[in-house]
Design a protein around this ligand. Structure first.
Ligand SMILES: [Fe+2]
Length: 423
């Protein structure tokens, strides 16, 4: 027997209030994956798959336990008469029906371990057991993850991932893909589905996306989130002890950007002394308002970013491109010379598949002379002609004002945190 969908949802909410954590949303993502896959499988009941996915970790209601959550969940569901859900609490952790392959701590009493072993022996695995095992290894707390990334995260945190379990997870994926004749990632809408209300507070910046794809900076994955060091340090997903410790140890004097409400709440509560700056993410655009190029002072000359200008890396512009050829192909920029010196520059900070991040700088002593406007105007004309989408992340009022002149609209205002060097 299993509860109805509504009852299962109520049980999860109640359990979450006893032991809040990312496991609740992980259960919701697992439930949705299970429902989607069951829908595509002949002879499976999507409603049942959903309910079983939702309740597989319900044992976490009783606190932070490792193997203990398995017996807690089993006993809890049995006490309510939901024997099918109880069985999933048990089987989801043991792909090969062997308690030795459990990766977390053996924190059960002898009685609990005995119960797990004896009940497990009675089970003849069916497709619902297999389905929830698979969905458990696909479900993050906000959306569907790459199964190997998720297993690698576990391996990194616990120092091991038993090969039989690794293989059986990949085997389960292949098993269901064979059944549905489609990629599991397509069926579960991995690339597009995000759990509603999972707390993202801004759309994903280009620098973050470049980091995510391994094309800029570095990224560390955790069970429930990630830290992406890509000029800014982007905190995504939910904080957990390992990622929080990493922030504390390595990112105290770096600009931190919280992509989710969970990280924002954590950083603000943990570091009340953090300095906060506000930036504005403008809406990315590929059409711009181009004002008449303003007159620039005598002795100054506006030019496109050519090989010679690029070679000078004015204000460090262009350093994220491996070569002038790469910049010429994917980037864009313009500079103002005064004599042979470059006194202003607008250029792409980096490029990602036809999108680029704009960076603009003016030499001190040359501000207020419309040099930035002239450079940006020239660069944006080039971007428009070449069909580039431009991202503009304004650090202050001046930059925001300039962006608006070219037709950019503000999308999100967001805080950047600098943690105190020591508590
Ligand atoms: Fe789980």
């Amino acid at each position: 027997m299993i509860p109805t969908r509504q009852e299962a949802e109520r049980l999860l909410r109640e359990a979450e209030s006893c032991n809040p954590g990312p496991w609740g949303n992980h259960s919701r993502v697992a439930a949705r994956c299970a429902e989607k896959i069951a829908e595509a499988c002949e002879g499976m009941d999507p409603e049942k798959a959903y309910v079983l996915g939702l309740l597989h970790d319900i044992g976490r209601k009783f606190g932070v336990r490792h193997l203990g959550h398995v017996s807690d969940g089993y006993s809890y569901m049995m006490s309510l008469g939901y024997d099918e859900a109880a069985r999933i609490c048990l089987t989801h952790s043991f792909n090969n029906f062997d308690t030795d392959e459990y990766i977390g701590k053996f924190d059960t009493t002898d009685g609990e371990l005995k119960l797990i072993r004896s009940e497990l022996r009675k089970v003849v695995p069916d497709d619902y057991d297999r389905l929830i095992q698979l969905c458990d290894s696909l479900a993050g707390s906000e959306g569907v993850m790459n199964i190997e990334d998720r297993m690698n995260d576990v391996k990194r945190r616990y120092g091991r991932y038993p090969q039989p379990k690794w293989d059986s997870n990949l085997g389960l994926k292949a098993y269901f893909e064979e059944k549905v004749q489609k990629s599991i990632y397509d069926v579960t809408e991995k690339d597009t589905f995000r759990l509603p209300g999972s707390g993202r507070i801004m759309s994903l910046p280009l620098l973050y996306r470049a980091g995510q794809q391994g094309r800029f900076g570095t990224r560390t994955g955790f069970s429930w989130g990630s830290i992406t060091d890509a000029l800014f340090v982007y905190l995504d997903g939910e904080p957990e002890p390992e990622s929080a410790a990493e922030v504390d140890a390595r990112y105290r004097v770096r600009p931190l950007v919280c992509l989710t409400g969970a990280w924002k709440a954590y950083i603000e509560a943990r570091y009340p002394g953090a300095k906060v700056y506000r930036r504005t993410q403008m809406k990315p655009a590929n059409r711009f308002t181009l004002p008449e190029t303003p007159a620039i002072p005598e002795g100054c000359r506006l030019a496109g970013m050519d090989g010679a200008a690029f070679g000078k890396h004015p204000f460090s512009h262009g350093i994220n491109y491996p070569s002038w050829d790469a910049f010429r192909a994917e980037g864009s920029g313009a500079v103002v010379y005064r004599g042979s010196e470059i006194v202003a520059s607008a250029s792409s900070f980096l490029s990602l598949d036809g999108e680029l991040e704009l960076d603009v700088s003016t030499a001190e002593g040359c501000r207020g002379m419309h040099l930035a406007t002239a450079c940006v105007s020239r660069m944006l004309r080039d971007c428009m002609e070449r069909g580039f989408t431009v991202h503009w992340d304004a650090q202050n009022d001046i930059s925001r004002h300039l962006a608006r002149k070219f037709g950019f609209e503000a999308e999100t205002e967001y805080p950047v945190y600098w943690l105190p060097e020591k508590d």
